[in-house]
Design a protein around this ligand. Structure first.
Ligand SMILES: Nc1ncnc2c1ncn2[C@@H]1O[C@H](COP(=O)(O)OP(=O)(O)OP(=O)(O)O)[C@@H](O)[C@H]1O
Ligand SMILES: [Mg+2]
Length: 374
C-alpha cells in the first residue's frame, strides 16, 4: 500500500502543499519546528482520522483559518482510490472515493500506516497500562471479537469492584452472588488472557529474529506476557481458568479489605528482555529504541500476513540514536516493499540515503523543496 499524492491546505503550518511521493524511502529534513512531524501527522491522519499528537482537531487547522483539507491518492496492488478529510471548527468530514462517509469507521483503516515516534519509547519505559493499551489496540484491530470480550470483562470487573466497595460501606456480603460474579469474571479473563498470550507469542516470534538482525546477532529479544500474580502461570493455557478461580478464593479476604479486584488481565504486563535482562531497567537508549523498531517491523509483517499488503511506515526522528549498522539493516527490511517516510533534523547522521535512491524533501516554514536523489 502506498500514498502516491498528498495535498494540504491550511493544515498546521502548511498553507498550500501538493506533493507526489516515490514508492521507496522519502527523507524529510529541515531545522526544528519547520513542519517535518506535521507532514507525517497529516499522513497518519488520513489513516486513522485522528492525530497521534492531539485529541483536539482544532489544533490542526492553521491559525486564523476556518478550514483545513487533506487529500491523498492511495494505491494498493489492485486499486487506486482518493481519500479526503476536511476539518472545520465544528468537526470533520471524511470522504472515500469522493463520497462523504456517514460513519468515520468506514473511512478509518482504508489506508494503513505504522508510525514510530519518540513517544513510542514509553512502550518500554512507561507504565504497564500503556503496554496493555498497546496490546488491546493491536488485537482490537486484527480481532474485533477480542474487543467485545475485553469490554465484557471490564463491565463485570466494574460490577465486582462496586460490590466489593459497597461491602466496605455496609458490611453486607452475599457469598453466592459474589461467587457468580467471580465465575463470570474468570470466564472473560481467561479469554482475554488467551488472546493476549497468543498475540505476544506471535509478536515475539516475528520480532525476535528482526531484533537479532538489527543488533548484529548480539541481542536476543524476549517478550513475555506477565501475569498479575507470581502464583499465576500462563505456560499452560488450558489451566488458566482453574488457576484464576483458586487464586480468587485465596484472595477473598484481601479483596474485601481493599475493596478492589486484585488479580486479572487489568493488572497484567508485558516484559521485554534483552539477553535475559529486563530492558526497562537495563536497556540502553539505543537498545530500547531497537526493541520498539523490531516491534514496529514485526507489525508490518503481521499486517502483511493478514492482508497481503504492507502498510506505509512513518519514522519520526527515531534514527538518530541508531548506529550505522542498525540503520542499514533497517533499510534491508523495508527495501523494495515498504514505502517509508522518515524525518530527521540533520541528514548527516543518516546513512540510509547513501544506499538507495532516497527522495529527499527539505522543509522550511511549511514549504517543501526537493533535493537531488542520493
Ligand atoms: N495550527 C497551526 N497553525 C500554524 N502553524 C502551526 C500550527 N500547529 C503547529 N504549527 C507550527 O508547526 C511547528 C511545528 O512543526 P513540526 O512539529 O512539524 O516541527 P518539526 O519540523 O518536526 O520540528 P522538530 O525537529 O523540532 O521535531 C510549530 O512550531 C508551529 O509553529
Ligand atoms: Mg518533529
Amino acid at each position: 500500500m502506498k500514498i502516491k499524492e498528498l495535498a494540504l491546505t491550511n493544515y498546521r503550518n502548511y498553507q498550500e502543499l501538493s506533493l507526489t511521493f516515490g514508492d521507496g524511502l522519502t527523507i524529510i529534513t529541515g531545522e526544528n519546528a519547520q513542519g517535518k512531524t506535521n507532514l507525517l501527522e497529516a499522513i497518519f491522519l488520513l489513516s486513522l482520522a485522528k492525530s497521534h499528537r492531539t485529541n483536539h482537531d482544532q489544533e490542526l487547522i492553521q491559525w486564523e483559518e476556518e478550514l483545513a483539507t487533506l487529500q491523498a491518492t492511495i494505491t494498493t496492488e489492485h486499486f487506486e482510490f482518493p481519500l479526503e478529510l476536511i476539518l472545520n471548527k465544528k468537526g470533520k468530514i471524511a470522504k472515500l472515493n469522493h463520497i462523504e462517509q456517514s460513519k468515520l469507521s468506514h473511512f478509518i483503516g482504508k489506508f494503513n500506516v505504522i508510525l514510530f515516534a519518540p513517544e513510542d519509547l514509553q512502550l518500554i519505559k512507561g507504565s504497564p497500562s500503556l503496554r496493555r493499551k498497546f496490546i488491546d489496540s493491536e488485537l482490537g484491530q486484527s480481532h474485533p471479537v477480542y474487543l467485545q470480550e475485553l469490554l465484557s470483562y471490564q463491565r463485570i470487573l466494574k460490577q465486582r469492584n462496586a460490590y466489593l466497595k459497597q461491602y466496605g460501606r455496609t458490611s453486607q456480603f452475599d457469598d453466592i452472588y459474589f461467587e457468580i460474579l467471580t465465575e463470570q469474571l474468570v470466564e472473560k479473563a481467561t479469554l482475554v488472557i488467551k488472546y493476549r498470550v497468543k498475540f505476544i507469542e506471535e509478536l515475539e516470534r516475528i520480532a525476535e529474529p528482526i531484533h537479532r538482525d538489527l543488533s548484529n546477532q548480539r541481542e536476543q529479544l524476549k517478550i513475555i506476557y506477565q501475569s498479575s500474580s507470581s502464583k499465576l502461570e500462563y505456560n499452560d493455557l488450558k489451566d488458566i481458568e482453574a488457576q484464576l478461580l483458586a487464586l480468587f478464593k485465596q484472595a477473598l479476604n484481601r479483596e474485601k479489605e481493599q475493596g478492589i479486584t486484585v488479580y486479572g488481565p487489568h493488572r497484567d504486563d508485558i516484559i521485554f528482555y534483552i539477553n535475559d535482562k529486563k530492558a526497562q531497567f537495563f536497556g540502553s537508549q539505543g537498545q530500547q529504541r531497537t526493541i520498539v523498531l523490531s516491534i514496529k517491523l514485526a507489525e508490518l509483517e503481521l499486517f502483511h500476513n493478514m492482508t497481503g499488503e504492507y502498510p506505509v511506515l512513518l519514522l519520526d526522528d527515531v534514527l538518530s540514536e541508531l548506529d550505522d549498522n542498525r540503520q542499514m539493516i533497517l533499510m534491508s527490511h523495508i527495501e523494495d516493499k515498504v514505502q517509508t517516510f522518515l524525518t530527521t533534523a540533520s541528514i548527516e547522521g543518516i546513512k540510509l540515503h547513501e544506499l538507495k535512491n532516497a527522495d529527499i524533501l527539505y522543509v522550511e516554514k511549511g514549504q517543501i523543496s526537493r533535493g537531488e536523489s542520493a
